[in-house]
Design a protein around this ligand. Sequence first.
Ligand code: ARG
Length: 593
Amino acid sequence: ALPAVQRAGSVKQQISNLVAFSLRATVPEVDVEPTVEVCTTKFGDYQCNNAMGLWSKVKGSGTNFKNPNAIGQAIAKNLPACDVIESTSVAGPGFVNIVLSNSWVAKRIQDMLVNGIKTWAPILPVKRIVLDFSSPNIAKEMHVGHLRSTIIGDTLARMFEFSNVDVLRRNHVGDWGTQFGMLIEFLFEKFPEWEELGSQAIGDLQLFYKASKEKFDNDAEFKDRAQQAVVRLQGGEEKYRSAWKKICEISRNEFDKVYKLLDVHLEEKGESFYNPYIPQVLEGLSNQGFIKESEGARVIFIEGHKIPLIVVKRDGGFNYASTDLAALWYRLNVEKAEWIIYVTDVGQQLHFDMFFKAARMAGWIPGPNEKKFPKASHVGFGLVLGADGKRFRTRNTEVVRLGDLLDEAKSRSKSELVQRLTDNGKIVDWTEEELEKTSKAVGYGAVKYADLKNNRLTNYTFSFDQMLSDKGNTAVYLQYAHARICSIIRKSNMDVEELKMNGDISLGHPDERVLGLYLIRFAEVVEDACTTLLPNVLCEYLYNLSEMFTRFYTNCQVVGSPEEPSRLLLCEATAVVMRQCFQLLGITAVYKL
Ligand code: ARG
């Protein structure tokens, strides 16, 4: 961990600390949290909005304050003397406008350049998170929904990890359930030598699933055997367990290829892992009186829902909900997570609503208005649509194969790159290896960014043309913007490393100041994206930052100007922050494009 002085938190947090100090002096009788926001007018950089709320608390209680404006004046006056704030003013009903001092902003940027961007990590009120994402089902396809879950979940994990939170990245794969009976029987039938099979040998697992399902539906004798196989598997019979393991292993190999392409790391703890915990968890809930008998099944009735949550099916088997209850129990009590986050399509919202409510009833997690932690959150997302406005599919297959998608994005961006470099006569400066690496970074990044830049709840249309365009809010545009900054720095004769140590940043020009202020907002943006679980908040920031840089660069000459040392440092700081954004979004930054 970094020393306390360096981990000061976001600018908003630092100003909140100053405001908290002032509030204690201004209204010692009232205990109130500071409310500090980015200023919405030109009169300040940040503003404190506490006065009006305080007024409604103190008026009529013999207070000396005459109105909210007077409280605002007092809050401003009682701010501790420090080098952060240049000036304050009070508007209307007591909004305190706060102008930051240029030298403090400059120093903060310079400190970051010297000590690294990690010093700008926000401080979050949570130590350990279980992040349940990706979570495809064994032997079924990994569909576009799982891809979204993988991309969104990985970004959330990266943002929390950057903020020094311990993140348990959990792949809750569907590796348990009645479908395994038919898969195992089908394996025995098609591959009598199944024990010797390598993991590639049964070919396409989805086709295997389809064929076994067809047999299950049409062959009564097979169906019978499959159902017995489930019982034998769950009874722990050796042969059945190793067949099950084999099938899982083959599936896992397929999933891992995708994770490798996407550079995503996950630890698998599938549904089967929690299976042994289900009986004791249900017994606990039963002892608390929450589990009832209903039409042969065992269920939990939940306020506001007509249909109860089924936890034991009529045939006595456990299901998705009972597994999730056991998993939540495990995550809270064994893994000691304070925040458990699930990333799935919004279609599963009802399931999560109900099962969270059941957990709340049982007292596992506090109600929404009580303590903050532990808590459980469902991160839902919308559909990926094709150009026809329907659920996205590729030309000839029912399912979208991620490998193919990424490949296509890469080869498209490669041909664009080659085209452009050839036109400019610059292709000679590039090795084949560089071309490959760059088009991979640009192409893969484009696919991820197209997914992340939208509010996750909205559906988005998958379009190569759009995501690979170098105009507008795309990863390609942002890669260009970053590479251009790198080229400015390369063009200068000055040594940035040396300047970091001995140079000074000044923010005299309005566009320099706007850029500097936006740079130091980085920490609060990451904090905001983590708190709201919305990666698009970070994408918006990254895009705005590149726009602000463009304005600065258009109006402030860098190379060859008297301000070159300071401006070069601003270029470097922008590049560092952009790269950190790319890293958090799982995108490889390129330095030359
Ligand atoms: N395997 C599930 C599916 O494909 C997603 C699991 C999400 N995680 C959970 N704990 N329910 O829909």
